[in-house]
Design a protein. Structure first.
Length: 448
């Protein structure tokens, strides 16, 4: 793509990087076939190629974002399927991230939208605040239909996503010593995430049990918090970088680490990008690059460890939903399926697995209509497989999918933990118990 940035504009490192990305695009359109929003509606401006044109015009002419630009960039899920498809290596992720920062700085959104974004940015990255908000959301959940009827679509989506189940206090900083061997085999930091421990603490519990059984010491660092992804994707770059630097400082204080293990793939994609995000920061660039290199998705890290089945999992049929942030953002595709298969599960790929489920961080709150349609499409393809359980590597996907199906939806690490000696995932155990208790259904196979 031909660009016409001035020398003065190119002196800005962010503009220079975006210009390089724009020039790599050859207009081939391969990206349109794998873009969820384009697949739904066929609008060129809701395809990566269309958004690239909008971003180019906005940045090249140094214009404030318009309502049109904001609308179509906001509809981007950042699923990054376009990057997997692109034959020219266009780094769309960095380009759309830059566009979001520009939009946030130059465009004034409608009041209700500004308020919702402010709420999300100031609640979700802070586990204590989020715990309180989730409790309030549970009380408000019965009023979701009323909020929808009154025109508060985003509030209604937020209430519908609020869990009925009890929420939990965030995990405190601590060290979990290795228990499987007399000598520690490795030492890792665990990024617990903003939401994981509040909504689904069993995910990190499973990771900790599994790793310590394998001789790995697990440390939850003092001062480590949100990875920065939520603020980053809202275009609130200054806030995101504060969170990023806090994590880098917290992990640096731990000394030598073999890895930084992450159970939420959305967080993992961002942490692996720390080196780019702080590339021009003299104080942090080197440390950020080191952290990015250490970051591993939990399935990616487990693939390097000696895993063996210790209990029969009844050849349970698992529909494996490959989270966009894992398959497109981190290019971790085979490890989760290979591990599950090795441990005795029957793993089935989900048709149209490249298409997003509609979660995408806060997307299912800010763009509820598109998110709902994507979830319905995803659930239909999964249910056709007739699986016993759905597995995914990201809590956002799990929350999104389970809102549209009665099938139990669990994190991949929960199944791995169970097969290697841990307890059965709570959601799966509950589902099996309900099947046994229901006279309308055939009894389920007993599980340990």
């Amino acid at each position: 793509m031909q660009t016409n940035f001035t020398i003065a504009q190119l002196a800005d490192p962010d503009i220079a990087e975006s210009e390089k990305i724009l020039r790599a695009c050859v207009h081939c359109g391969f990206c349109t076939a794998t873009c969820p929003t384009y697949v739904l509606d066929g609008n060129e401006l809701d395809s990566p190629r269309g958004r690239i044109y909008l971003i180019k015009e906005m940045l090249e002419h140094d214009r404030p974002a318009t309502a049109q630009v904001a609308t179509h960039i906001d509809r981007c899920l950042s699923c990054l399927a376009c990057m997997t498809t692109c034959p020219s290596g266009v780094h769309y992720m960095h380009l759309v991230d830059h566009a979001r920062v520009h939009i946030e700085r130059t465009y004034r959104r409608p009041f209700a939208e500004r308020l919702m974004r402010l709420l999300l940015a100031n609640v979700m990255p802070y586990p204590r605040r989020f715990q309180f908000a989730a409790q309030a959301g549970r009380l408000g959940k019965p009023f979701a239909a009323l909020a929808q009827a009154l025109g508060f679509r985003r509030l209604a989506a937020l209430l519908r996503l609020s869990p009925w189940r009890r929420v939990h206090a965030p995990r405190s900083p601590q060290t979990f010593p290795a228990i499987a061997r007399s000598r520690r085999a490795a030492r890792v930091a665990l990024l617990t995430g903003c939401v994981n421990d509040v909504l689904s603490p069993q995910i990190n519990d499973a990771a900790i049990r599994l790793l310590t059984r394998l001789g790995v010491e697990v440390v939850v660092a003092q001062g480590a918090g949100c990875c920065g992804a939520l603020a980053h994707h809202l275009g609130r770059e200054a806030e995101a970088l504060v969170q990023v630097k806090a994590n880098i400082d917290a992990w640096a204080a731990l000394g030598d680490l073999d890895a930084i293990v992450i159970t939420a793939s959305g967080c993992g994609t961002t942490v692996k990008d720390y080196g780019f995000m702080l590339r021009d920061d003299e104080a942090y660039a080197e440390r950020a690059a080191r952290v990015a290199k250490l970051a591993k998705d939990v399935s990616e890290y487990l693939a390097s460890l000696p895993l063996a089945p210790k209990q029969d999992v009844d050849a349970l049929v698992v529909a494996y939903h490959s989270a966009c942030s894992l398959q497109h953002g981190q290019r971790v595709t085979r490890q989760p399926k290979e591990i599950l298969t090795k441990l005795g599960f029957v793993v089935k790929d989900v048709p149209e697995g490249h298409l997003c489920c509609g979660s995408a961080g806060t997307y299912n709150i800010l763009q509820p209509d598109i998110a709902r349609r994507l979830r319905e499409r995803k659930v239909r393809t999964i249910e056709r497989l007739r699986p016993d359980v759905i597995a995914a590597g990201n809590l956002g996907c799990i929350t999104q999918i389970e809102a549209g199906t009665d099938l139990p939806t669990v994190h991949t690490v929960e199944l791995i933990d169970w097969a290697t000696g841990g307890p059965c995932p709570p959601m799966l155990r509950k589902h099996r118990a309900e099947e046994v208790a229901s006279p309308a259904k055939e009894p389920a196979t007993a599980i340990g």
